[in-house]
Structure formats: C-alpha cells, structure tokens
Design a protein around this ligand. Sequence first.
Ligand code: RTP
Ligand code: MG
Length: 142
Amino acid sequence: MTIERTFSIVKPDAVERNLIGTLYQRIESAGLRIVAAKMLHLSKEQAEGFYAEHQGKPFFASLVEFMTSGPIMVQVLEGEGAINRYRELMGKTNPEEAACGTLRADYAESMQYNSVHGSDSPGSAEREIAYFFTADEIHPRC
Ligand code: RTP
Ligand code: MG
C-alpha cells in the first residue's frame, strides 16, 4: 500500500465536548500521523466553499450553520492507505449505522453532529488539504 495524506476535521460538537485529545489519541492509535494541525472558527463563506459539493441539498444550510457554530480543529493525516483507513476509523455518517468501535459510533450525537470529517477520495483529500493548508504548514514524515 502507498503512503497517503488525508484531511480531517474535529467538528464543533466534539471541540465543545472537550474531545480533541481523545480523538487525536484514537487517530494516532490507528496508525495515522498528524502532520499538520490548527484551530479555526470558520466563516460562512469558508464553510460554504468547503462543502460546495452539497450545495442545493436539504441539509446544506444547517450543515453550514453547524460548522460555523464554534471552533474546529483541522488536520492533515499521513499513513498507509490513510484515506480509507481514516474513513473506516470514523464509521458511517449516521452514528446509528456506524460500526461498533468507530469514532462516530463512540462520539457522534446525530447524523449532523457527527464529530469528525474525513476526505472521501484522493481528489477530495488534495482539494481539502489545499483549502486549509499551505505546503510549508505540512510536516510530513514520509
Ligand atoms: P464528512 O464529509 O463530514 O466527512 O461526512 P460524510 O462524507 O460521511 O457525509 P457527507 O455525505 O459528505 O455529508 C457531509 C456532512 O453533512 C451532514 N449531513 N447531514 N441528512 C442529513 O441531515 C445530513 N446528511 C449529511 C453530516 O454532518 C455529514 O458529515
Ligand atoms: Mg463527505
């Protein structure tokens, strides 16, 4: 397998519940390395741009409202098969469908307040990393 980078968010519901350290621990224990990180409070424009693929969907406005409701942590994760590895660690979008032992099963409160984001493909990982980080803010091991 090849070393990949993926983009991750600790969403406002998890930051509010003091879960940053817990989630970072789970990410690291899953064999992923945090190679860039920062805390941000998104503007409406930033959140709309980040979730542009969902524009027009019924949940778009409330998603943007949620993602701008408080600070978030954004990270770049690196590791073997990082994109799928982190998607598997997160579990399904809806915590009621997320497998036992996944982050969303353990910490998400609902379909919307689901604690974490992860890129869903190499193309989105590249776009999402570049949306929040410049090359000199990323400190890869590999
Ligand atoms: P994410 O992008 O945040 O990693 O989540 P995902 O790929 O598992 O889910 P996606 O379909 O991309 O949806 C993005 C986020 O929008 C909220 N959502 N709400 N029906 C709903 O109420 C609904 N559907 C999606 C969730 O916060 C989801 O993570
Ligand atoms: Mg998604």
